[in-house]
Design a protein around this ligand. Structure first.
Ligand SMILES: [Zn+2]
Length: 318
């Protein structure tokens, strides 16, 4: 790998909605060692292709991680007007093997001085220790720090046997309780159509999983949103091997709309809308006449939270 370790893996500015306000979202992805779960010989989650953004297990020196961050955040003009800042490391931001504590503290101290309404990082539940999260909230500010957890499904068979996630509902609930105790917010990723589910089973599973997320969050007094993630076929994933054998197809965008309509009333919902620049067969789609309309409707919904934006029709729907 010849990537410059002093430059981030990815930086992108997109539109977003935070607490009903249209704003700009800055996505920053560290080039880092990557998810320890994904690097095990058993290969982590079946849908994951994030290792391509990492050094695949080669440690990145502390100074280089800081340089990556400063290449964007040292310039306060470059982050003026940004409402949401997402800091990703293709793994767990609260794992000290993946992101050293001193880097984490530097990042949160800096983000605490910005005007962003929301700061998002991601972590598997086992790394969400109360002392670490409490420290992060103190640096960033209560009600601003949001922690993304990839629950994927509340069904043990789907999460364990199909996605191969490697954590239990108990561990998820413990992590959500930590967010409640510390004043952090929850973003729970729910996967739509993991390997091994039919289209209808996938919709039902995403709806049930979202209901579970909002119930667990309510019990712990946590502000929560669900990110519905329509599965795409990532290069290098286990899923890709099934896709190549014609044993897997991504969900229909109509299933995404079906699930979204049923989840909408439960609480705040965002819908994953990126096609990741992949060849069309690897991403959720409708038919040639409606795919672009459906994608635009999903982007509109994410901006407005207006369910009527998802009321569409097409002859392919039957
Ligand atoms: Zn169509």
């Amino acid at each position: 790998m010849s990537a410059d370790l002093r430059q981030p893996a990815w930086v992108e500015r997109t539109t977003a909605s935070v607490d009903g306000t249209a704003t700009t979202r800055l996505v920053f992805i560290f080039r880092a060692i990557g998810c320890a779960w994904a690097r095990r010989p058993e290969r982590g989650c079946t849908n994951c292709g994030f290792l391509s953004l990492t050094t695949r297990g080669a440690p990145v020196p502390f100074e280089d991680l800081i340089a990556q961050f400063e290449s964007v955040f040292a310039d306060s003009d470059a982050i003026a007007g940004i409402g949401e800042i997402d800091i990703f490391n293709s793994g767990s931001f609260f794992s000290e093997e993946e992101i050293p504590a001193a880097v984490r503290e530097h990042v949160f101290d800096r983000l605490g001085t910005t005007a962003a309404l929301r700061v998002l990082v991601e972590s598997r539940p086992e790394h969400l220790r109360e002392d670490r999260v409490r420290d992060a909230v103190a640096r960033v500010g209560a009600n601003r720090l949001e922690i993304g957890i990839g629950l994927e499904s509340s069904d043990d068979r789907v999460r364990e046997a199909l996605v191969h996630k490697g954590f239990s509902r108990e561990e998820f609930e413990r992590a959500v309780a930590v967010l409640g105790a510390t004043g952090a917010r929850l973003l729970a990723y729910v996967l739509l159509k993991p390997l091994g589910l039919t289209e209808q089973q996938a919709v039902d599973d995403a709806v049930a999983s979202s209901r579970y997320v909002f119930e667990v969050a309510r019990r712990s007094g946590v502000a929560a949103r669900v990110a519905l993630q329509p599965t795409f076929v990532a290069p290098g994933s286990v899923l890709e091997e099934h896709f190549r054998r014609s044993a897997y197809t991504p969900p229909s965008l109509w299933s995404v709309l079906d699930a979204a309509r049923r989840i909408h009333a439960m609480g705040e919902l965002s819908i994953g809308a990126s096609d990741e620049g992949l060849e069309p067969a690897r991403a959720p789609a409708g038919c040639p006449r409606c795919t672009e309309k459906l994608r635009a409707a999903i982007r509109d919904y994410n901006q407005t939270r207006d369910l009527s934006r998802l009321e569409l029709a097409c002859a392919c729907r039957g």
